[in-house]
Design a protein around this ligand. Structure first.
Ligand code: GDP
Length: 313
């Protein structure tokens, strides 16, 4: 049976400070480079349960039915993100991503969400020790829309767009047990160059010293070709070993005008090729759309498995 041919990959445990860092696979070897076409899985929207995820068929040249992947996306083993304590031989992949499901993918639903505070400095951030995920990306990438989509509230993210808060670290508490953190957007087209590259000064300290930061979610617009500033951001996070997930936004945009004729999934592939050299192993990535809610449940499941592992270790 095809599944039995999957290699077993030793997964090293990661530390509390860097959940994704140590969970990534070694560089490809002969076993790991077998190209296969994962069956992209979906989950019931109401339960966010991974129970119905399908296993990955290996070596079967089937045509991917999901229209977003009709350009024959295939994943090599070494391009997968494998969470710790996960047997690749039982791998199930979150739809529209390279993320393998782990036993920690539970309690992913968002019930209560509330704005807690805006902080100018890392030391002013909440000190209750709850795990958190930081959303960051270029201005206009769709960060507010994604935040609203994740919490299913139309206007929650508007809070961080109020005067005085756009350059702050904004904490939103979810289910009284974890935080979504909205960081300032970077790369305003109209801002002077020195302000455009200033993002590191403001958020660097937060990234480097926030001990409860489980992962940064770097948002990248998949409807346009890669921007240098996004690549620089990814490079800096990788260089400083800050755990990160790439969230590709606006994947519903199919128009070919103005974007070099590329479809979102082609831009996604291109971006990954461009950042590949920054990482020892593939960072997790997910394709999303706040218009169709594509990727919403997958992000929440990914956050849940990172969070639950983090809490346990
Ligand atoms: P922010 O500046 O990063 O917070 O971006 P916003 O969430 O305010 O979105 C910027 C613009 O992109 C708005 O016009 C949104 O309607 C649009 N937008 C955001 N997300 C999506 C998406 O997933 N698909 C499409 N087609 N447009 C989006």
């Amino acid at each position: 049976m095809a599944l039995l041919r999957l290699p077993r990959i030793p997964i090293s445990l990661f530390s509390k400070q860097s959940p994704s860092r140590l969970s990534q696979n070694p560089k490809p070897n002969s076993l790991l480079t077998t190209t296969f076409r994962p069956l992209l899985t979906s989950f019931p929207k109401t339960t966010l349960s991974p129970a119905e995820a399908e296993p990955i068929p290996i070596g079967t040249p089937q045509v991917e039915s999901h229209e977003d992947f009709e350009t024959s996306l295939s994943l090599d083993m070494y391009k997968l993100f494998v969470p710790p304590e996960t047997e690749v031989s039982e791998a199930r992949i979150l739809k529209g991503s390279n993320i393998v499901l782990s036993k920690y993918a539970r309690d992913a639903q968002v019930g209560v969400s509330e704005f807690v505070k805006s902080s100018v400095r890392t030391q002013d951030c909440p000190s209750d020790g709850l795990p958190e995920f930081a959303l960051v990306g270029r201005s206009n990438v769709g960060k507010s829309s994604l935040l609203n989509s994740l919490v299913r509230r139309k206007r929650l993210a508007l809070i961080s767009k109020k005067p005085g808060k756009t350059q702050c670290i904004n904490h939103f508490r979810i289910n009284d047990s974890w935080y979504l953190v909205d960081l300032p957007g970077y790369g305003y087209a109209s801002a002077p160059q020195e302000l455009r590259t200033d993002w590191a000064k403001f958020t660097k300290d937060y990234f480097l010293s926030r001990s409860t930061l489980v992962s940064v979610f770097l948002l990248v617009d998949a409807s346009i070709p890669a921007k240098t500033i996004d690549l620089e951001y990814a490079s800096w996070l990788a260089e400083n070993q800050i755990p990160m997930t790439l969230i590709f936004t606006k994947c519903d945009k199919r128009k070919k005008k103005k974007n070099g004729g590329k479809r979102p999934e082609e831009n996604v592939n291109d971006f990954q090729e461009l950042v590949r050299g920054f990482f020892k192993s593939a960072p997790p990535w997910i394709m999303t759309s706040s218009v169709t809610n594509q990727g919403r449940d997958e992000i929440l499941l990914h956050m849940a498995q990172l969070r639950n592992y983090w809490l346990k270790h």
